[in-house]
Design a binder for this molecule. Structure first.
Ligand code: KMH
Ligand code: ZN
Length: 274
């Protein structure tokens, strides 16, 4: 039976700990979250980390420590965010690869991001991509808009396949400034993906979470969930732990006759280094 890759994105860079105490921001909270989410059905973790004051950071020693701690306590595929926060300079975002994760996110273009702009100019995208090839790190292409899908065609045409030979994308839907979190937008984006794409997931920001998950499962895609993207289970019902979102995704996937895949199966799917 086909199965579903569930990625958990537990923290992000946008929400303040003071506004959401349930957000995992310390190393202990991260490890506890990773273990519970793995038990609930996650196979990959998309990581942003925080400093001692719970602020987003790309500090290399903290990143390396977080990668090691998740690896020591779970079998999850560790994907580091190369997106960071909107204020992070390009050189720090490139340096994330020095922490030697299994995978890194790689956003395929600039996008308005609420009141901010998430900057991903073409020279940065190509430099990060070539670095991922050199370092043997599997990228996950983050597609916030249809233009990012077009840019992925261009990247693969010019620079060839990623390390490992698989092409895995994540549709990030419902960001104010990006494509909407609707079934119509998902179908349009999926139908436009390059033929080289071997797997894709989708995530719906905020209240688009369930719509996007159901559309993704219906269209044969995988799922990303987590408090980076969604802080409520329903109106007025806050998420108390990332595992609640993973459990819900696992239940939807099981209902769709595509139960969660193990980290080991996910390693085969993405062909990350073993
Ligand atoms: N925090 C956003 C500005 C990624 O992780 O690669 C970017 C982001 C995407 O979250
Ligand atoms: Zn992220």
């Amino acid at each position: 039976m086909a199965s579903t890759l569930i990625t958990v994105a537990p923290t992000g860079a946008e929400t303040a700990k003071a506004d959401c105490p349930a957000l995992p921001t310390t190393l202990d909270e991260l490890v506890e979250t990773a273990k519970r989410c793995e038990a609930a059905g996650a196979a990959m973790i998309h990581l942003h980390i925080r400093d001692g004051e719970h602020r987003p950071t790309l500090d290399l020693s903290r990143l390396t420590e977080a990668v090691g701690a998740v690896r020591a306590n779970t079998a999850l595929i560790v994907q580091l965010s190369s997106g960071g926060a909107v204020t992070d300079p390009y050189e720090n975002r490139l340096r994330v690869l020095d922490a030697e994760p299994d995978s890194c996110s790689l956003t395929m273009g600039t996008v308005n991001f609420g009141d901010d702009v998430f900057m991903n100019p073409w020279p940065f995208v190509t430099e990060l991509y070539q670095l991922s090839q050199e370092r043997e790190i599997v990228p996950e292409f983050e597609l916030f808009d249809l233009g990012h899908v077009a840019a992925l065609h261009r990247l693969l045409d010019k620079f060839g396949l990623p390390y490992g030979g698989r092409v895995h994308c994540d549709l990030v839907m419902g960001v104010p400034g990006g494509m909407p979190g609707t079934a119509d937008a998902l179908v349009a984006a999926v139908n436009a993906l390059p033929p080289a794409v071997t797997s894709w997931s989708a995530t719906g920001i905020g209240r688009t979470s369930i719509t996007v998950a159901l559309a993704a499962l219906s269209k044969g895609g995988h799922l990303r969930v987590g408090m980076e993207d969604t802080l409520t289970l329903a109106k007025g019902q806050p998420v108390n732990h990332n595992a609640e979102l993973v459990e819900r995704a696992a239940a939807l996937a099981t209902m769709a006759q595509r139960p969660p895949m193990s980290p080991d199966e996910a390693r085969d799917l993405l062909n990350v280094k073993r």
